[in-house]
Design a binder for this molecule. Structure first.
Ligand SMILES: [Zn+2]
Length: 433
């Protein structure tokens, strides 16, 4: 069934009479393995996988040629920090949206936003904070019902009462909702139980919030809110179940405690110092800087503070410019960096531009959004590079993105699992635009 659907889509997308092997003639290939681009190579695709990458423009018998000989071909992009149902803060009141939408509404929003993400070139993503809709959308994508990136989802972030992830923070304390305690961790037993519950509900990643945050009422981004033991139990339980742990953290001391507890990535990390980055490097912990969300929220805090959660605009104004200032220190430290935006709706390619504009060389930015992101997810054997055996998740842009990183913001061609979703700068599949 799935193969038939793919064949029909391909026939439609490419005008081919038969579904057969595809060969991409790549003028330049940045393969996500080497830091040196290759020129004039052929990428052979069979079903959903790359079977070979060959020198020169070759055409195996019966293969359909996809001519990208004037383009730069890259691995599909990977965003390690998304919230698939999150609307842009500039067009919705955060509290109103939170109280008037349920997981079903959010699933339909997410279906629209993941489609856009794929069109931008993102063929994989980690959702680090959502409800049951994130599992449902992941499953719908995998089943071919809707178009979107491959997803790893964490369900609700784990954190304490009155912390960044406590949905009741800032609301009338008499309100309650079945799902509002899903992420609450106040004891070591809670820590174990929540991880196991998330696994049971279909989470394939764990997110925790051991420090306060910015876009939330009543907590302070400069404080550590979980105990070291709670962090350790979350990590031990998650790792024993084969789940990675992403940790939202701001203060240097809390980051260092979380790194020692064994988290796989530090999200945001805005107040990290040279010492913090050195410790992360020694432990192999990834940094996911999420510059996009700060740019986005800073503008709203300045121009439309009434749209944000009460009391958060001053926090945004005080803190949102720090991550950009701190990025050069992170780059210089040699800490591993993976790309993440912290948005749902909106332009995820902005992160490439922000990384480069704030001191990261273009090749390193590309690797942050391909090879490194795949490594952080733990899926380097399937995604993040264009080489034999990997999924045929492939993007092409015009020109040379190393000389003109802006090119990364305009994918001309997007293939995921051997299916073409975008060609000549336009969607190819009905319902995928
Ligand atoms: Zn986030």
């Amino acid at each position: 069934m799935r193969k038939t659907v793919h064949a029909a889509i391909l026939a439609c997308a490419l005008g081919a009479a038969h579904a057969s092997d595809l060969v991409i003639h790549a003028g330049t290939l940045i393969d996500g393995v080497s830091e040196t681009p290759r020129h004039n190579v052929s990428v052979v695709v069979h079903d959903d996988r790359v079977v070979s990458v060959d020198a020169g423009f070759t055409t195996p018998a019966g293969a359909t040629v996809i001519d990208l000989s004037h383009a730069t071909v890259l691995p599909g992009f990977i965003d390690c920090h998304v919230h698939i149902s999150a609307k842009l803060p500039s067009r919705t009141n955060a509290i109103e949206d939170w109280l008037t939408h349920n997981d079903l509404d959010r699933a339909f929003d997410a279906a629209v936003f993941v489609r856009a993400m794929l069109q931008q070139g993102f063929t994989s993503a980690r959702d680090v904070g959502g409800g049951d809709e994130t599992v449902a959308v992941r499953e719908a994508i995998d089943a071919g019902k809707i178009a979107g990136p491959r997803l790893w989802v964490s369900l609700e972030p784990l954190g304490p009462t009155a912390g960044h992830g406590d949905p009741l923070n800032g609301l009338d304390h008499g309100l309650s909702h079945d799902g509002w305690k899903n992420g609450i961790v106040d004891t070591l037993d809670d820590a174990r139980l929540r991880v196991r519950e998330h696994k049971r509900r279909g989470g394939n990643l764990i997110k925790m919030m051991p420090s306060g945050g910015i876009a939330s009422t009543g907590d302070d981004p400069r404080t550590q809110t979980m105990t070291n033991d709670e962090m350790r139990v979350v990590v031990e339980t998650a790792h024993s179940l084969g789940l990675k742990v992403a940790a939202h953290i701001y203060p240097a001391g809390a980051i260092e405690n979380a790194v020692r507890a064994g988290v796989d990535s530090v999200e945001h990390g805005s107040f990290a110092t040279a010492q913090t980055f050195a410790l992360m490097k020694a432990h192999g912990t990834y940094l996911v800087p999420t510059l996009t969300v700060y740019d986005t929220f800073y503008a709203v805090a300045r121009d439309h503070p009434e749209l944000l959660t009460p009391g958060t605009a001053p926090k945004e104004m005080a803190n949102d410019l720090l991550p950009k200032k701190n990025l050069p220190l992170a780059v210089k430290s040699g800490v591993k960096i993976a790309l993440g935006t912290d948005i749902g709706e909106g332009d995820h390619t902005l992160e490439f531009a922000l990384l480069v504009a704030n001191g990261m060389p273009p090749m390193q930015a590309i690797l942050a959004g391909t090879r490194n992101a795949a490594d952080l997810i733990g899926a380097s054997d399937r995604i993040g590079s264009v080489q034999a055996g990997r999924y045929a998740d492939i993007v092409a842009v015009e020109g040379d993105p190393l000389a003109q990183p802006e090119a990364l913001r305009h994918a001309q061609f997007v293939m995921k699992g051997g299916v073409v979703y975008r060609a000549n700068g336009a969607p190819t599949v009905a319902g995928a635009q």
